[in-house]
Each structure stands twice: as structure tokens, then as C-alpha cells.
Design a protein around this ligand. Structure first.
Ligand code: FE2
Ligand code: FE2
Length: 193
């Protein structure tokens, strides 16, 4: 359903479920970044009313995700350390096409957001399937469902501002580029991506 070109290497699931505390720490920052990037969209493109309304809701959800992950950290006596460098997001941001009309610039950012949502959703699905603790299973199941919804919302929004065919073509390119990025990234069990 997510159309990803490359499935996560099964070795990731193995190591990730063994370093859950690191995954939770990294996950907290992912949620913070998702909320911040939604806020940036609103700041950069305030005239897109429908996008502002939808993204405002997404930001609220991402922030509640952040709170939930913080709660899990607290239960384990952990707290946020310094934010980590997210190599995946850095490399993905580098493929962003600059220039063009405002509509094109907005759509580019919406598609990159959809991409991160799709990959996060896939990773949360793996955690949901692999983890044995029932509370954490439910926790990751709920994140998986929520991020799948965001992925759909970002893609649907993109189609409102550019011809469907252009969006489809660019989306196909982004999926290709993302799989190449992932192929070359080190598999780390202490990172969501
Ligand atoms: Fe989230
Ligand atoms: Fe999300």
C-alpha cells in the first residue's frame, strides 16, 4: 500500500528490537521533527488555507506522538538527550527540487513529507510485528496507523496543487531516490530510519 521500492532489511528488525531504549530516544526526536516540519510548512506557505488546516491537525498529532514517546522514556527512567543527526532525513532533504512556482515548491515539500511518513509507517509496522511486550505492540500499532494516515493526507494534498500526473511522476522519482539512499545507509538498530 505504501508503494516503497525497497523493504527494510530484516536485520534492522532484529537489532532494533534489541536496542529498544535507543529506538525510543530516536523515535522521540522523529516526532519532534515531524511536528516542526509541519509548522515550517505553515510558516512558509500560509496562503494555502486547506493545507494549513490539515497540517495544523497533523502537527497536533505529531506533538501528541512526541508526548507519548516521552512518556515511554520516562517509564524507563530515560530522558531526551541531545538531538541526533538523522542521516536518512538529511539525505532525503538533499533531493528536494528547489525553484519553480510556489505550488511546485509546496508540492515538493509535501511529497518529501509523505515519503518520511511512509517509511516511518513501515518501520513502526515492523516494530509492532516484532515486539513481544503487548503494551508496546499496541503503541507501535497505533503509530503505524497514524503515520499511514499522514502519508495519505500529504499525497492527497499534493494532488490538489499540481496536476495528478506530475505528482505521480515526481512521487515515482522520490521513491526511487529514497530506496537508493536506504540501500547505502548503514543498518542501525538504534535509529528509526
Ligand atoms: Fe508521528
Ligand atoms: Fe506522521
Amino acid at each position: 500500500m505504501l508503494g516503497l521500492k525497497l523493504e527494510t532489511d530484516p536485520r534492522w528488525a532484529d537489532i532494533a528490537s534489541k536496542s529498544l531504549e535507543d529506538i525510543l530516544l530516536d523515535h522521540a526526536w522523529c516526532e519532534q521533527k515531524a511536528a516542526s516540519s509541519g509548522i515550517s510548512l505553515i510558516i512558509i506557505f500560509p496562503e494555502y488555507r486547506e493545507m494549513v488546516d490539515e497540517v495544523t491537525e497533523i502537527v497536533a498529532e505529531e506533538w501528541s506522538h512526541f508526548e507519548r514517546v516521552l512518556g515511554e522514556l520516562k517509564k524507563r527512567g530515560l530522558h531526551l538527550g541531545k538531538a541526533r543527526k538523522d542521516e536518512y532525513v538529511i539525505q532525503l532533504a538533499a533531493i528536494e527540487k528547489k525553484g519553480g512556482s510556489r505550488d511546485q515548491q509546496l508540492v515538493e515539500k509535501l511529497l518529501l513529507s509523505a515519503m518520511i511518513e511512509a517509511r516511518s509507517c513501515e518501520r513502526f509496522k515492523i516494530l509492532y510485528e516484532q515486539l513481544e511486550n503487548p503494551a508496546l505492540k499496541k503503541f507501535y500499532y497505533e503509530f503505524m496507523v497514524s503515520e499511514a494516515g499522514h502519508y495519505t493526507q500529504f499525497l492527497t494534498l499534493a494532488k490538489k496543487y499540481q496536476p495528478e500526473n506530475d505528482v505521480k511522476n515526481r512521487w515515482a522519482e522520490i521513491l526511487e531516490a529514497e530506496s537508493a539512499i536506504l540501500k547505502n545507509l548503514e543498518i542501525r538498530g538504534d535509529r528509526v530510519h
